[in-house]
Design a binder for this molecule. Structure first.
Ligand code: SAM
Length: 134
């Protein structure tokens, strides 16, 4: 997603992912990004004021939460593996994105979507309400 935004003329300030391959690829693709974080679970980031970016510095905040619990393919796979979809922590990762939006107050935000995220009315409504409160 960062590459698409860069190609559209945006400056990429940084990225965050717990997967080392994903975040290292991001670092390689955007060597001049201000924020170069090590791989980490977003839920462990307690104070955003120590990240190195200030509120107001980000115009567009872009999030691509994992889709396994929302996508048809992901849900199918999880059912096959006997996993409990409703209690999976990935259902609630949108709260982390909302936390970033609330702190950085970007001009706008973009969340990568899959069909069932839009169908899970409750999740979309919570994201929308969090943004309109800001
Ligand atoms: C749908 S992919 C994002 C794809 C990305 N938007 C792109 O354009 O390449 C979801 C990403 O979320 C990351 N992820 C999952 N749980 C996470 C967590 N708790 N903290 C940080 N990253 C997480 C995964 O490692 C994965 O790379």
């Amino acid at each position: 997603m960062s590459l698409g935004f860069k190609n559209a003329g945006c400056q990429i300030l940084g990225g965050l992912d717990q997967n080392c391959h994903a975040i290292n690829t991001h670092h390689k693709n955007f060597p001049t990004a201000k924020l170069k974080l090590p791989p980490q679970d977003i839920r462990g980031l307690r104070s955003l004021d120590q990240l190195g970016l200030n509120p107001g510095e980000i115009d567009i905040l872009v999030g691509g939460p994992p889709c396994q619990v929302f996508s048809r393919v992901g849900i199918g796979k999880m059912r096959k593996l006997g996993r409990d979809i409703e209690s999976d922590h990935r259902n609630f990762l949108y709260k982390e994105f909302v936390r970033f939006v609330a702190y950085y107050k970007p001009l706008c935000f973009v969340v990568e979507n899959v069909d069932n995220l839009a169908n899970k009315e409750e999740t979309l409504t919570k994201i929308y309400k969090a943004h309109t409160r800001i």
